[in-house]
Design a protein around this ligand. Structure first.
Ligand code: C2E
Ligand code: MG
Ligand code: MG
Ligand code: MG
Length: 281
């Protein structure tokens, strides 16, 4: 038998991996402190309404600028924080910043929707609901203007999670299924989750102009979502061709580098001012 077949068994003993694990733990132990020190900040990536062609909102994305190591990717510290049950403080921080930002932006012009990523693990957290309510109240944001993006995992299909999700829904916030298509999405699950939005994963979006199967899958997902009265967001839109194809497919909202990269709050505001002006012209 091929020895590499069993390679994964030895991975834990791989010195490189040990380094990796050690590094992860070392950055993790500094995350809470980094939040207090102002090393962690929130970037906002705009969402474009494909019908009106206006920015209708943004997604908040955590960023960590380490003073010595430089920027640490969210894909690096978020999974580590989730696995070690250290995601609570970061989530509270991002929620507070994002809700404050949404409240400020909503002072003028048309409604602006803010989305925040929520780790499915936090659905077990008994006081998530009261903390969320407190943050909304503190900044006086209409809960309808906040969306919680949850990545589909087996965890959110459980009966307990569904109960928590519907309690969150009762506050008035919206639920979105993030990275749709990559997880455990059975039709049963899609039917039960009180989500008003689904975000099709970028791995499917990228290929729609080249791969027939990606195109067909995205097209039928849009049709299915619409028949269930859900809004469809396409993530990871990088080219004009893909954007045009999504308009043709009647996708509702698009997000991606071609529309805007994750940016500071000040840049987002400038972008919104430009967008507002376009409407009166
Ligand atoms: P996500 O929620 O699916 O966010 C989309 C990711 O794709 C972001 O990566 C974004 O920067 C990136 N992206 C957006 N448009 C494009 C594009 O056109 N092309 C490409 N190649 N990438 C694009 P980011 O910021 O590194 O975040 C990665 C993941 O980390 C997020 O995936 C989310 O699951 C998680 N995450 C980020 N911030 C938070 C947070 O505050 N809380 C939690 N729980 N998770 C977070
Ligand atoms: Mg997301
Ligand atoms: Mg996503
Ligand atoms: Mg993702």
């Amino acid at each position: 038998e091929d020895a590499s077949h069993h390679g994964h068994r030895w991975k834990v003993h791989d010195p490189e991996n040990m380094q990796d694990a050690k590094w992860r733990l070392s950055i993790l132990s500094k995350l809470d402190q980094a939040i207090d020190n102002g090393e962690v900040w929130v970037a906002y990536q705009p969402k474009l309404d494909l019908r009106t062609r206006h920015i209708i909102g943004a997604e908040a994305l955590a960023r960590w600028n380490h003073p010595e190591k430089g920027p640490i990717a969210a894909t690096e510290f978020i999974p580590a924080a989730e696995q070690n049950n250290r995601i609570g403080k970061l989530t509270d921080f991002v929620l507070d910043q994002a809700v404050a930002a949404a409240a400020r932006v909503n002072g003028a012009g048309r409604p602006f929707h803010m989305a925040v990523n929520l780790s499915a693990r936090l659905l077990d957290d008994k006081d998530l609901k009261s903390r969320l309510s407190a943050i909304l109240l503190k900044h006086l944001l209409d809960p309808e203007l906040l969306t919680l993006e949850l990545t589909e995992t087996s965890a959110i299909g459980s009966r307990d999670s569904l109960k928590v999700l519907s309690e969150l829904r009762d506050i008035g916030v919206n639920i979105s299924i993030d990275d749709y298509g990559t997880g455990m999405s059975t039709l049963d699950y899609l039917k039960k989750i009180p989500a008003s939005e689904i975000k099709i994963d970028q791995s499917f979006i990228r290929g729609i102009t080249e791969s027939r199967s990606d195109k067909v899958m995205v097209q039928s997902t849009i049709a299915l979502a619409h028949s269930l009265n859900r809004t469809v967001v396409a993530e990871g839109v990088e080219t004009q061709e893909v954007l045009d194809a999504l308009v043709q497919m009647k996708c509702d909202v698009a997000q991606g580098f071609i529309i805007g990269r994750p940016m500071s709050f000040d840049s987002l505001r400038r972008r919104l001012i430009i967008d507002q002006r376009r409407s009166v012209a």
